[in-house]
Ligand binder design. Structure first.
Ligand code: NAD
Ligand code: IPM
Ligand code: MN
Length: 333
């Protein structure tokens, strides 16, 4: 059957970068079928729901999707939750792959190639937050053996794919011995049983953050819980060249949803400054991990590297989206 892609541009620059990434994918997979779907803040304002049931159904039918970004207010809005969280939870997209690597011209350092594997369904993203009493608010951090085990299984799989020389479990078990302890012990037991005993290592999240800043090249595969992975992936993508070059893949349950790590960037909407490379590189992750098209993923990443080496300039400003789009498309051929 020909590949199908559920296209969810969302809000803000999601609507600017997604069409570029889709055009790139169409060049690589000419028989691709596109299915457009809505989600996000604008969708919520139009329909009163951030992720309509038809969007979930479209994702299930397609198996693969590309999500741009959505806006979320930083205060409680009754009935609203960030659409990406609903998509992850409702579709069983239990893990999130967030690679960070050096690129020509844009990266502050050469030789970095690491992958953050982030648990995607629980932790402090449980959605369980309430007032205990006036002046005291509680958020519940949920860690289950089942979700940790699923993450560890994925870790063993990607460790084999990239022939990992080091797997770092990142946690805070000195302060959270039950939740982080369960997470660490479950991941470690599975990885050791799968033959990674000499490769598995662990770090407390605070020192891991420092080492990601000071010695990023010493990391290979990082396995961590939801919020730690969220924060560390923004931190680490500095080494790729920033949020404009940070891709991710939500994965699980036979489904895959590509998603640039960045948000809807309201400060640059409509200015032409949005870098579509994060979305384009997220497509490479779909090709590699969902469609098993390593050949096309490499072709795409080579086109990106060639474009950056030959044509990238720091002063692209309001021409960024267009120049990147034309430059990558031209190099795919
Ligand atoms: P952001 O990622 O949207 O932007 C942070 C900074 O990076 C901004 O200065 C922005 O201009 C810049 N930036 C981001 N992506 C860029 C790109 N592709 N090219 C060039 N510059 C880029 O984060 P924020 O400002 O903290 O959040 C804005 C909104 O996005 C909020 O409503 C937040 O909830 C939401 N958000 C959504 C997602 C998602 O849907 N996956 C992720 C993060 C934030
Ligand atoms: C990300 C985003 C989301 C997250 C937000 C938008 C809910 O920051 O994908 O990294 O926290 O996971
Ligand atoms: Mn984030």
């Amino acid at each position: 059957m020909s590949p199908r892609l559920c296209v969810i541009p969302g809000d803000g620059i999601g609507q600017e970068v997604v069409p570029v990434a889709v055009a790139v994918l169409q060049r690589l997979l000419p028989d691709l079928t596109l299915v457009e779907a809505e989600a996000g803040w604008e969708c919520f304002q139009r329909h009163g729901v951030a992720v309509p049931e038809v969007t979930l159904q479209a994702m299930r039918n397609c198996g693969a999707g590309l999500f741009g970004a959505v806006s979320s207010p930083s205060h409680q809005v009754p009935g609203y939750r960030s659409a990406i969280l609903t998509l992850r939870q409702q579709l069983g997209l239990n893990v999130n792959l967030r690679p960070v690597r050096s690129w020509p011209q844009v990266s502050p350092k050469v030789g970095i190639d690491l992958l953050i594997l982030r648990e995607n369904s629980e932790g402090l993203y449980s959605g369980r937050e309430h007032w205990q009493e006036e002046g005291v608010a509680i958020a519940e951090r949920v860690i289950s053996r089942t979700a940790s085990q699923r993450l560890a299984e994925c870790a063993a799989q990607v460790a084999a794919q990239r022939q990992a020389r080091r797997i770092t479990l990142v946690h805070k078990a000195n302060v959270l011995p039950l939740t982080c302890g369960l997470f660490r012990d479950t991941c470690r037991a599975h990885l050791e049983a799968q033959g990674w005993r000499d490769v598995v290592d662990e770090r407390l999240v605070d020192v891991a953050a420092l080492q990601l800043v000071a010695q990023p090249e010493t990391f290979d595969l990082i396995v961590t819980s939801n919020l730690f992975g969220d924060i560390l992936s923004d931190l680490a993508c500095h080494w790729s060249g920033g949020l404009g070059l940070a891709p991710s893949l939500n994965w699980g349950n036979g489904l895959a949803l590509a998603e640039p790590v960045h948000g809807s960037a309201p400060d640059i909407v409509g200015s032409g400054r949005a870098n579509p490379l994060a979305a384009i590189l997220s497509i490479a992750l779909l090709l590699r991990h969902h469609w098993q098209r390593e050949d096309l993923a490499e072709r795409l990443e080579r086109a990106v590297a060639d474009f950056l080496r030959e044509e990238w300039r720091d002063d692209l400003a309001g021409d960024t989206t267009r120049v990147v789009s034309e430059g990558v498309l031209a190099r795919i051929g």
